[in-house]
Design a protein around this ligand. Structure first.
Ligand code: ADP
Length: 369
């Protein structure tokens, strides 16, 4: 059966690869190079002076490049030049003038090849170092992002812990102390602390690249949990809350804690946007309904300072913030989570003031179909 051209080529390249691997071993490489040098020396000495056999020393130099230190390569080149000179002296046959010209050609070829090959290796080394530096920078940047995201996510339960702790202290130092209220404030502290530790564990999993914990989720429950977690802040800022959760919402497939984080982020942003407006005007509506396609749409509508038209395009950019002390990471993280769930997040400006955020998540039944 005849071999095709492709089969021959692949057989040849496999043989070359095997040879290359073999040659990587010093135990093979050094004797081969020594043999080659001896062979070139013998041929150069025995052949006529008109034949510039010594130029083949460049093969030895090229074999040494990248495998030996630059100083060793230069030393090897010097040995090749010496051998060329010795051959010239020992060679008896041929024209002396042609021999001198060939000697010049051989020595300059060896020298130029050594110089250029060493420069090439140095350039490769510089490129390698630059690539390594780039990888380090990328790693530091993503660590920075991770740190900023932890700071942002954990800030909320920590603020709630501080508030509840303060409240507990006040109830305990009242005359007479109100133990029941202090106890319920402390139980809020415990809940928020465990939420913070869940967030940290989740961020750690995320950093390790662990997949999110997927389960069938009821969106109205996620919203209610998020509202409960943000309850203290909503009360503290006298924000009127309205929940409009449709009955019989479709379920979604997702990570409960991550989706809770998204809703908490939107609530927190709404609270912060409403802080500068008079307390009588502060109201937040959180709605959830099935959209025309049967997907679930969550929305948060606030009556805060609103969003400038020219800020709309930058809202979800990492580290973009208009707040003093803001991280600019909340909406970035929210979008990453929502998109990882196959959904979308976007915002509308409200007239005359306020912002309306939408989160669309594919319904579980629709996704399974
Ligand atoms: P941060 O909370 O640190 O500012 P975010 O990513 O949460 O970061 O938000 C980025 C920016 O988007 C905020 O600084 C703010 O300017 C704007 N923004 C977010 N939510 C609202 C909102 N409900 N009303 C007005 N502006 C908002």
């Amino acid at each position: 059966m005849s071999e095709t051209v492709g089969e021959k080529a692949s057989g040849l390249s496999a043989a070359l690869r095997r040879l290359h691997h073999l040659f990587q071993k010093p135990i093979v490489r050094l004797p081969v190079m020594a043999l080659l040098m001896v062979a070139i020396f013998v041929f150069d000495t025995l052949t006529d002076l008109e034949i510039a056999t010594a130029v083949f020393y460049i093969a030895v130099i090229l074999l040494a490049i990248g495998r030996f230190a630059p100083r060793q390569v230069v030393g090897l080149a010097a040995i090749c030049v010496k051998l060329t000179l010795v051959s010239f002296v020992l060679s008896k046959s041929g024209s002396r003038e042609a021999g001198v010209v060939n000697l010049g050609i051989s020595i300059s070829t060896i020298a130029i090849t050594t110089y250029l090959a060493l420069k090439m290796v140095a350039a490769e080394g510089a490129a390698h170092a630059a690539r390594a530096q780039l990888i380090r920078v990328a790693r530091v940047t993503s660590l920075g992002e991770l740190a900023a995201s932890i700071a942002h996510e954990v800030n909320q339960p920590l603020a709630a812990i501080a508030t509840s702790g303060d409240t507990a202290m006040r109830w305990l130092s009242a005359e007479p102390p109100n133990i029941d209220r202090a106890r319920s404030a402390i139980s809020r502290v415990v809940e928020d602390a465990s939420r913070a530790s869940i967030i940290i564990a989740r961020v750690r999993d995320h950093a390790r690249g662990d997949p999110p914990v997927l389960q069938v989720i009821r969106v109205d429950e996620v919203i209610e949990e998020a509202v409960e977690l943000s309850g203290g802040e909503l009360q503290r800022h006298a924000i009127a809350l309205r929940l409009a959760l449709a009955d019989a919402l479709p379920t979604v497939m997702g990570d409960r804690v991550q989706l809770q984080q998204v809703v908490c982020n939107l609530i927190l942003n709404a609270i912060e946007a409403m802080m500068p407006v008079p307390a009588s005007r502060r109201s937040l509506t959180i709605a959830a309904m099935a959209d025309v396609n049967g997907d679930v749409e969550i929305s948060t509508c606030d009556t805060g300072i609103g969003i400038r038209e020219d800020h709309l395009a930058r809202l979800f950019d990492s580290f973009w913030t208009t707040k003093e002390g803001g991280t600019g990471i909340g909406l970035t993280v929210s979008r990453t989570i929502v998109e990882a769930h196959g959904g979308a997040i976007w915002v509308d400006r409200m007239k005359p003031y306020g912002a309306l955020f939408h989160v669309r998540l594919p319904a579980y039944a629709a996704a399974a179909a």
